[in-house]
Unconditional design. Structure first.
Length: 357
């Protein structure tokens, strides 16, 4: 990307952020506003020119930003997990990033919010991960910083601990083996909030939830987390049919944490990897089928030097925000591993996630 193209992409992203920040982080009851995440992925992959068209359509689904009820201060713990205080949390974090560097705000609040990493089906931590990637790539742009504040606010307002959490060390497993060992709830009916409480009674859940991550150097932690993001993308080929939209998040949540690590002190990496594991395990336990499957029909997967670009362009053409975000994460895996299965997973998501009517 040329310097002029990069500058244009940043400006496009800023203008889109400004429009999205007038809308609420949720709509139609409890659906998460994916706009900031999808447009950041589009701008990052050379599709800034498609952002306005995509956003025009998406904005029709969104709702106005909600009203506030009062300031958040020293009693912030009492406001954690209270969705009625989304506006209050947003005012709070906008003031925080105005008063100090965004990295300091992130370093303070990241460990406070990590125990609630599954907030809103992991959308809080995913939105923060996209915001941090934009800041690291584009610099301390004011609209980018404001997006980080909005992401942290949403995470705080929907903060939610995981049922059955036990703080202990599990036997070290490879990420793929750890995901394969996650038990499934028997009753997979209802939405995220209905399924989550069932984990407390799930046999084998505490053992599965315990972090199967090596206790070693920061580099070992990074390698394991990277492997988790890779395994979750590859796993979508076997289990994505069970819940095509929701199982996207088993991959995009670890990807978001991985993208945030460079902005964090290394002493936070182990806890971050554990939270990423717990988020992926929760999504797997409550949405993945017990029996793996495979695509019902052969998939036409891009090949050649421009394969990743073609796969992402197909996701943008599809238009669904989950397909775009998953393709973004899958291309990261492809770039790391060269394994075409990552692009196959991206194409598969576009095949089984319904297009917006």
């Amino acid at each position: 990307m040329t310097a002029n193209a990069a500058s244009d992409a940043i400006q496009t992203l800023d203008e889109a952020y400004q429009r999205l920040h007038k809308t609420g982080p949720e709509f139609e009851g409890w659906l998460s506003n994916h706009g900031p995440m999808a447009i950041e992925a589009m701008a990052r992959h050379g599709h800034a020119g498609d952002v306005d068209r995509w956003l025009q359509s998406y904005l029709r689904r969104l709702e106005d930003f909600p009203p506030g009820s009062g300031p958040i201060g020293a009693d912030w713990r009492e406001a954690l997990g209270n969705p009625r205080r989304i506006a209050d949390w947003t005012v709070f974090f906008l003031a925080e990033v105005a008063d100090q560097p965004w990295r300091d705000v992130l370093g303070t609040w990241w460990p406070r919010l990590l125990p609630g990493a599954v907030a809103s089906a992991t959308h809080g931590i995913i939105r923060v991960g996209h915001a941090v990637r934009a800041l690291l790539a584009d610099g301390d742009d004011p609209d980018h910083v404001a997006e980080l504040a909005h992401g942290l606010a949403y995470w705080a307002a929907r903060w939610q601990p995981i049922p059955g959490t036990e703080v202990r060390q599990a036997a070290v497993l490879t990420p793929g083996a750890a995901l394969a060992a996650v038990p499934r709830i028997a009753d997979q009916s209802g939405g995220f909030r209905v399924r989550m409480p069932r984990l407390a009674e799930l046999a084998g859940w505490p053992a599965a939830l315990a972090a199967p991550i090596p206790r070693g150097s920061a580099q070992e932690t990074l390698a394991w987390l990277t492997g988790l993001a890779d395994a979750a993308v590859f796993g979508y080929l076997e289990y994505g049919h069970g819940s095509p939209v929701m199982l996207v998040h088993a991959a995009t949540a670890p990807a978001a944490v991985l993208r945030t690590l460079p902005a964090l002190n290394r002493d936070l990496w182990a806890a971050s990897a554990a939270a990423a594991w717990q988020a992926a395990a929760v999504i797997t336990a409550i949405y993945a089928p017990a029996v793996p499957g495979s695509p019902a029909t052969p998939l036409t997967v891009p090949a050649g030097p421009a394969a990743a670009d073609t796969a992402f362009a197909q996701a943008v053409d599809h238009g669904d925000e989950h397909v775009i975000k998953f393709a973004d994460a899958a291309i990261d895996v492809y770039d790391r591993t060269g394994n075409q299965a990552a692009l196959t997973a991206a194409v598969y998501a576009a095949e089984i996630v319904p297009r917006e009517a």
